[in-house]
Write a protein that binds this ligand. Structure first.
Ligand SMILES: *Cc1c(COP(=O)(O)O)cnc(C)c1O
Length: 390
């Protein structure tokens, strides 16, 4: 597909997922993007490369196709494919310097919290972790040295929803850079750029790849200045993804739309089932009208995603439930075709100090389900039999 169609109209997401980045490729017409498994490229002459490629840390043709695809799915300027989601976050944080202050959502991914709190903060960058649910509270946290707002919506694992219009309104007024981790929604459900977000990051490990067979990350920019700075940082830090991993993510993205539709259908049915089960204390799913962020989610998202979190009251009950599942696999991660179940307190959020974890509501009785693409009757039956043992 050409960079611009003859009509000048940007194709829909389903089409971009399969054709953006120049697929089929131009040399031999390969419909599946070739894996350019090479570290370096022959120069034609001194100072003259072929197509701008000289060394794969700087740029690689397979990576380029993925980068352009993700950028267009998000409606941004340029994309960068990183080794992992945390490599993408690490790269973005290098936009800052000692003395800068960041306001971050307080219930972000545990590994991002650890990156900020235990690693990036050692370079003299300060963090305030805040529930981003109120304009006045957010404005009160802004200091003269605040440079960046870091958001995750729906958040992990409690699926809290942030009102993006509210946050970008405040950010524009105070000239703050806004960064969103869009891993949970994927561009299929949420396009943060449409709300004025400056940078989008992803753990492509999750829904974009969708098959639990790669770790990867991505960054999408919205201005030429940010694109230039990101190119410099990805190359300078060496945080880029390998050609083979890029190929796997590209292949996953081709089915993003159909996967997300079914993830959401199955997750909605699981949430309804859990909400009516006597042993379940509370269900967190933005698609349920009882969810505090339901109205905002309905307004800013095209759907509610495939993650359902629920409360069983205590660690013992959560343990019995998780250890008796037969189809759901007890595992970290999410967003793949295969249903996974996790215990956030001891798994995904173990890197968060207990005090902070309990403050944001991640208790020992909490269970997070990444609802996959198996038959919904089998999934509900599996949850039902595991709840019997609680
Ligand atoms: C998994 C995850 C990350 C980290 O990504 P990796 O690919 O594991 O480094 C960041 N944010 C969210 C929301 C995630 O789920």
């Amino acid at each position: 597909m050409a960079k611009k169609s003859r009509s000048g109209k940007e194709p829909e997401l389903e089409t971009l997922a399969i054709h953006a980045g120049g697929r089929p490729e131009g040399t031999y017409g390969a419909v599946s993007t070739p894996i350019y498994q090479t570290s370096t490229f022959a120069f034609e002459a001194i100072g003259k490369t072929r197509g701008g490629y000289d060394y794969s840390r700087t740029a690689n043709p397979t990576r380029k196709v993925l980068e352009e695809t993700i950028a267009r799915l998000e409606g941004g300027k340029a994309g960068f494919a990183c080794a992992t989601g945390l490599a993408a976050a690490t790269t973005v944080m290098h936009l800052l310097r000692a003395g800068d202050h960041v306001i971050s959502g307080d219930d972000i991914y545990g590994g991002t919290f650890r990156l900020f709190q235990n690693i990036i903060s050692r370079s003299g960058i300060e963090f305030t972790f805040l529930r981003l649910d109120d304009r006045a509270k957010l404005e009160a946290a802004i200091r003269p040295n605040t440079r960046m707002l870091w958001l995750e919506t729906p958040s992990n694992p409690l699926l809290n929803i942030i009102d993006l219009e509210m946050v970008t309104g405040v950010a524009k007024k105070h000239r703050l850079l806004t960064v969103i981790d869009n891993t949970f929604s994927s561009p299929y459900f949420l396009k943060p750029v449409e709300f004025g977000i400056d940078l989008v990051v992803h753990s492509t490990t999750k829904y974009l790849n969708g098959h639990c067979d790669v770790v990867g990350g991505a960054i999408v920019t919205t201005t030429d200045e940010l694109t230039e700075r990101m190119q410099f940082l990805v190359n300078g830090l060496g945080t880029c993804a390998s050609p083979f991993d890029c190929w796997l993510v590209l292949r996953g993205i081709e089915t993003l739309a159909v996967r997300m539709q079914r993830h959401q259908e199955n997750a909605g049915a699981v949430a309804d089932y859990l909400a009516n089960h006597p042993k379940v204390k509370r269900v967190y799913y933005p698609g349920l009208p009882s969810h505090p962020g339901h109205e905002i989610a309905r307004r800013q998202m095209k759907g509610f995603g495939g993650i359902v979190t629920f409360e069983l009251g205590d660690t013992g009950s959560a343990t019995r439930f998780l250890e008796n599942l037969e189809i759901f696999t007890l595992a970290e991660s999410l967003g793949g075709v295969s249903s996974l179940a996790a215990h956030p307190a001891t798994m995904t959020h173990a890197s968060m100090p207990e005090e902070h974890r309990l403050k944001v509501g991640i208790s020992g009785g909490l269970v997070r389900l990444s609802v996959g693409l198996e038959n919904i009757r089998d999934l509900v039956a599996d949850i039902g039999q595991a709840l019997e043992t609680v």
